[in-house]
Ligand binder design. Structure first.
Ligand SMILES: Nc1ncnc2c1ncn2[C@@H]1O[C@H](COP(=O)(O)OP(=O)(O)OP(=O)(O)O)[C@@H](O)[C@H]1O
Ligand SMILES: [Mg+2]
Length: 262
């Protein structure tokens, strides 16, 4: 099983001594949908980079399925906050490049077909395949980055505010899509999803963590078992969810205020 254990993790970027994360503990079961909340700058993206193996812990460890994370892996795909598309390639080529690494046995033609299908599955038209990132809007680039990650079908998906630049309708559509992808595959994926939107976290998560200000620790943790997860309609009817929403907002606001007052 690909359970993820974060043990006493601390991290400072090598060029500075300032701790960004301090004594972070987390135990996530394979198949969990984990939402990470916390104020801007508290270290959420840094934490995802550590999970991806793009940075190394200063102390402590991260393991997946009992194996310590020591570098990047095609089994952990990231949707970066800044989209992470190569500017010198068309959107389609960006996706094909990733697919060729993930599925070396597939032909270029097959990868092209998969890339085109992925682009269309996030609500973009086929002509986006040949467009370069600079020709696309922020939301379109974001959808291309999502299409690339989804098409790689990794067991662990790391998503950094993936729906931040989208309008409400597209956002709802992609939320449904990510939930579908997460729940309907034979082997359930584990998703780590950074968001500033408490409602989005409540809709998606089976586990919510709130990070405090730097050096950041987890200041609040809640499990939302799949069977008690609200659907879009039930969100505002369940007393339990409304209570949890208020609790989350309170934790985040308190944390911000305590740092403003210092
Ligand atoms: N490459 C880097 N080198 C040095 N410091 C960095 C680097 N990247 C980020 N930081 C610092 O680490 C801290 C955490 O940044 P991070 O991007 O992880 O925050 P975040 O929680 O994702 O914020 P946001 O919600 O705004 O995306 C910030 O103080 C930031 O300035
Ligand atoms: Mg970030």
């Amino acid at each position: 099983m690909n359970d993820i254990v974060v043990d006493n993790l601390s991290f400072a970027y090598p060029e500075t001594d300032r701790l960004i994360l301090n004594n972070v503990h987390m135990k996530v079961n394979a198949g969990d949908f984990v939402c990470l909340l916390g104020q801007s700058g508290c270290g959420k993206s840094t934490f995802l980079r550590l999970l991806a193996g793009l940075e190394k812990p200063t102390s402590g460890s991260i393991s997946v399925g009992g194996q310590q994370v020591r570098g990047t892996s095609l089994t952990r795909s990231v949707v970066f906050q800044d989209y992470g598309l190569f500017p010198w390639m068309s959107s389609g080529e960006n996706i094909v490049l990733a697919l060729r690494q993930r599925y070396p046995e597939k032909s270029k033609r097959e990868c092209r077909d998969m890339a085109l299908a992925a682009i269309q599955s996030v609500g973009l038209s086929a002509d986006v395949y040949d467009k370069f990132p600079k020709e696309l809007s922020g939301g379109m680039k974001q959808r291309c980055a999502i299409a690339r990650s989804f098409s790689m079908n990794p067991p662990i998906l790391l998503m950094d505010e993936p729906f931040g630049a989208l309008d409400a309708v597209t956002r709802a559509r992609l939320q449904d899509m990510v939930l579908d992808l997460w729940s309907h595959e034979e082997q359930k994926k584990t998703v780590f999803f950074v968001t500033h939107d408490v409602e989005e976290a409540l809709l998606l998560a089976t586990r919510i963590y709130v990070f405090g200000q730097s050096p950041s620790q987890i200041i609040f943790e809640k499990e939302l078992p799949a069977e008690t997860k609200p659907d879009r309609k039930g969100m505002y009817e369940s007393e339990q969810i409304i209570e949890l929403r208020n609790e989350l907002v309170q934790y985040i606001n308190q944390d911000v205020l305590s740092h403003v007052e210092e």
